[in-house]
Each structure stands twice: as structure tokens, then as C-alpha cells.
Design a protein around this ligand. Structure first.
Ligand code: SF4
Ligand code: SF4
Length: 471
């Protein structure tokens, strides 16, 4: 393999200079078919991302991650703390899916779907191009003194960035506290919700810092998914890759000269135009091979394809390909590793779907009151319990009463029949009394029916204890 003689890229990252200072990247504006498709995809994703907290399904927010009250809605499906196991399985499922997807398709997620890339490249960067101009103008503006033009452009850009960061923070908050609450806060005086406003401003500053300054450092330094690439990718993973066999030829890459016979000279198709490096938002040279910094944004594919067309070579010198595809012309195959991941994914998906399917909309827990044994009369035994009823539906449940199913006896709820509000929780105390002749042992398992307006809506089990000698 005839790669660059300068191997410095192995020990450095493009965004930090020799003195350890930040090397700000000014990528050239991409153009080409991939950029167009990515723009369309970003419109769809941005719409979903911004609208999801405001869409309701059966009264439930489409996506809600209320960690404060431990309420989660996923695709309009409510998860309570009691459904924590479902959430854990969903998370495991997502992790296996991401691993499987990455093993096959590399970092496609980073370039096409990740919110960081979408906001950075499709929102903030586009505003920057609009205000500051393309790469050369941006470099010039950065170097020039603080004159009227620079002050005007910087103020305009920073204000636009701040407004968008504020907007993102509001949507972010809607995912956490719920869109209804957010809209209520917006319509009321900010002084009534000063803590929320302060939190909102903190989030705004964080987003502003990320998109105005920190930028690609999130992908290179912070993102754990990026750091995992080294263990997830193999020679068969599809990535944005430079075809070094074609690009380097026998005698390496070289600038193109009019009338020369490159084939005879043994030079590859790379004409050393450097356009692939100039468009790269992480500042790397893809010709050095797959690198941790590459977010698979496809900008270099577009840039190189344009050059290939102009110089009369075939497109695809940089393309989606695996290392084996480039080196051995070995196309994608289902490896044992992929089969194992797919099997785990299918099993987890099956378990999750079954559990969701079997999940009750009403959940009842009845537990004996700690520290209490039983009360005994001449004819009966009485136990005291605490109960918890969770209504996961979007309708109130009224006239709730409980009856023994497994034994003859009575259930008395302290305070009488009760109501459970939609998406609400009801806690209380109850007594269960069973006549001695209906008990066979000192510890019995009871089955209790929960009724609303006389209709059985859920059953629960609990223990009942009495004296060692009952009869
Ligand atoms: S190397 Fe290409 S695909 Fe990777 S980040 Fe740079 S421009 Fe994007
Ligand atoms: S854009 Fe293509 S031809 Fe130009 S330097 Fe990069 S790989 Fe070589």
C-alpha cells in the first residue's frame, strides 16, 4: 500500500496544533448529490425532533423523558417506574441494534441521523455560510482586524446562533417536563418560574457553546459512540473510504498535467487537489484511511466525485465501501458475528413485544402492612394491607372496589370506594377478613379482584397470615 509518506496524522489530530491550541476548521461548503440527500433527510429529522414533544397519541406525548417524575413516553406509549424492566430491555435492544448497525454500516448514523451533525452541518453551518461566506471568506474574516464588517457579521451570527440555541433548549425542556407544562410556562410570567428560566438559559449557553465553538470536538473527544468505532468496525464494515488501490496506482498520487499519460507513468486517479480535505468538517484527510475523527458525512465523496468528473476519471474514488471491498473486491457477507448479533436482536425484540403485549393498563400492588401480624376474633381473622393502584390509561377510573376471588371473605378499603385519575396513582389502606372455617393454614395466598363500576379490571395476589392453629 502506497499511502502518504507523511505519517504525522497518526500522532496528531487536525483540530489541535503543535502548541496544543485549538485549530479552528473552516470546511468548504459541500455540494453534490449526497449533500442534497442529506439536506432532505435533515429536514425530515429536524421536523420530527422539534415536533415530537408536541404530538399526542391518545393524550400521551409522543416522546417524553421526564426523569424528574420518572415518567417516560415512547411513541406515545407510557412507561411508569413499574415498567422499568421494559425500559431496560428497550435500552439493551437499542444497544444491540446500534452495534449490529455499526458493524455492517459503520458510522452512517453519525453522518445522516445524529442530532449533533444535523444541527451543526445543516443548521448552524448553513447560517455561517450565509453570513460569513464560504471557506476562503471565513478564513479571511477570521484573520482580519475588528473592523465594522467583522463586528456586524459576528454580531449577526452570534445572535442567530443564540436564538436557535434558545429554541433548541425549549424543545429539549419539552422532552423533559412535557410540552403542556412548557407552553403553560411560556404563557405565564417568567418571574413565576424563575428556576425553569435559569435552567433554560444554562441549556441555551451549553448548546451555544457546542455549536458556536466546540463543534466537531463533540464527535472527536466527547461522544462515546465515536470512541467505540475501534472495537466495532472490522474489514467488512461499510464506511466512507478512499480507494487507495485506484487512487495511488503504482507510483502514487500526483497533480494532473495536461497531455500526460498517467497510466504509463503509473500514477493513480487521485490528482492531489485536496478538495476532500478542504470540505471535511473534522479536518482530516480520508486518504490516510479510516480514522476515528471521520463522521461519515460524505462531503469528501461529493467533493471527489466532482473532481473525478472534471478530470475525466470514473466517480467513486472516495465512496461507501469496506476495506475488503477495496483491497480484495470482496463484497458484503453475513459473518458469524453478524448472525450472532442478529439472533440476540431478534430474541430481545421478541421479549420486549411480548412484555408490552402482556402489560396491563391498570397495575395493582397489595402488600401486608409491615410490623402488623393479624387480628383474631372468635370466628374470623383480619389482616391489614397497603395498596397501590396505577392507572396508565388516559381515562379516569371511578368507583374502584376490591373483592376476594380465591376465598370467601370481605375486603374493606379505608375511606370506601375510590377513583384513580388518568395517568394517576392511588395509595391507601385496606382490611381483609376471612372466616376461620375458610382458612386451611396459617399462611395463604389470596387472589383479589379490582372492580370499577362492577366490572373486573385487574387482579392482584397477596399473602394472608393467621395463627398456627386456626381451627
Ligand atoms: S473524511 Fe469525509 S466523510 Fe469523513 S468526516 Fe471528513 S468529509 Fe466527512
Ligand atoms: S478529492 Fe479526490 S482527487 Fe482530490 S485529493 Fe481528494 S481523493 Fe484526491
Amino acid at each position: 500500500m502506497n499511502l502518504q509518506k507523511n505519517e504525522k496524522f497518526r500522532d496528531t489530530i487536525a483540530t489541535i496544533d503543535d502548541s496544543g491550541k485549538r485549530n479552528f476548521i473552516f470546511p468548504k461548503k459541500p455540494s453534490g448529490i449526497f449533500y442534497i440527500y442529506r439536506t432532505y433527510v435533515s429536514w425530515v429529522l429536524l421536523t420530527i425532533l422539534m415536533a415530537a414533544p408536541f404530538i399526542k397519541i391518545k393524550g400521551n406525548q409522543f416522546l417524553l423523558f421526564n426523569v424528574i417524575e420518572r415518567k417516560f413516553h415512547i411513541f406515545g406509549f407510557p412507561f411508569w417506574p413499574q415498567d422499568f424492566h421494559l425500559l431496560v430491555i428497550s435500552l439493551l435492544l437499542s444497544v444491540v441494534f446500534i452495534i449490529l448497525f455499526t458493524v455492517v454500516f459503520g458510522r452512517i448514523f453519525c453522518g445522516w441521523i445524529c442530532p449533533q451533525t444535523i444541527f451543526m452541518e445543516m443548521v448552524f453551518r448553513k447560517i455561517e455560510y450565509l453570513i460569513d461566506g464560504d471557506r476562503t471568506k471565513q478564513i479571511k474574516l477570521d484573520k482580519q482586524d475588528w473592523n465594522a464588517e467583522k463586528i456586524r457579521k459576528r454580531l449577526l451570527k452570534w445572535t442567530a446562533f443564540f436564538i436557535i440555541a434558545f429554541l433548541i433548549s425549549n424543545v429539549f425542556l419539552a422532552y423533559i417536563i412535557g410540552s403542556d407544562e412548557l407552553l403553560q410556562y411560556i404563557t405565564e410570567s417568567p418571574l413565576d418560574h424563575i428556576n425553569t428560566l435559569l435552567n433554560l438559559l444554562v441549556f441555551t449557553l451549553i448548546f451555544y457553546f457546542i455549536f458556536a465553538w466546540f463543534r466537531e470536538q463533540v464527535c472527536i473527544i466527547v461522544c462515546p459512540y465515536g470512541r467505540l468505532q475501534g472495537v466495532l468496525l472490522d474489514n467488512k464494515s461499510i464506511n466512507v473510504a478512499y480507494d487507495f488501490i485506484r487512487g495511488e496506482g503504482d507510483n502514487g498520487r500526483k497533480k494532473i498535467r495536461k497531455g500526460e499519460d498517467r497510466d504509463a507513468l503509473g500514477h493513480g486517479d487521485c490528482v492531489e487537489c485536496n478538495h476532500c480535505v478542504q470540505v471535511c468538517p473534522t479536518g482530516i484527510d480520508i486518504r490516510n484511511g479510516t480514522q476515528l475523527e471521520c463522521i461519515n458525512c460524505t462531503a469528501c465523496i461529493d467533493a471527489c466525485d466532482a473532481i473525478m468528473l472534471r478530470t475525466g476519471f470514473e466517480k467513486g474514488l472516495i465512496r461507501y465501501a469496506s476495506e475488503d471491498d477495496i483491497e480484495k473486491n470482496d463484497k458484503f457477507k453475513f459473518t458469524p458475528r453478524l448472525i450472532a448479533y442478529s439472533a440476540i436482536l431478534t430474541i430481545l425484540a421478541g421479549v420486549l413485544l411480548t412484555m408490552i403485549f402482556l402489560r396491563n393498563d391498570i397495575e395493582a400492588t397489595i402488600l401486608r402492612l409491615p410490623g402488623h401480624t393479624f387480628q383474631s376474633t372468635k370466628t374470623s381473622i383480619k389482616n391489614v394491607y397497603t395498596f397501590k393502584l396505577i392507572n396508565k390509561t388516559t381515562e379516569d377510573i371511578s368507583n374502584v372496589e376490591m373483592k376476594l376471588i380465591s376465598h370467601k371473605g370481605s375486603v374493606e378499603i379505608v375511606g370506601g370506594k375510590s377513583n384513580v385519575k388518568k395517568q394517576g396513582l392511588k395509595e391507601g389502606t385496606l382490611f381483609i377478613e376471612i372466616t376461620k372455617k375458610d382458612l386451611n393454614s396459617s399462611k395463604e395466598k389470596l387472589k383479589i379482584g379490582i372492580y370499577s363500576n362492577g366490572e373486573l379490571i385487574e387482579t392482584a395476589t397477596t399473602n394472608f397470615s393467621g395463627p398456627l392453629k386456626i381451627k
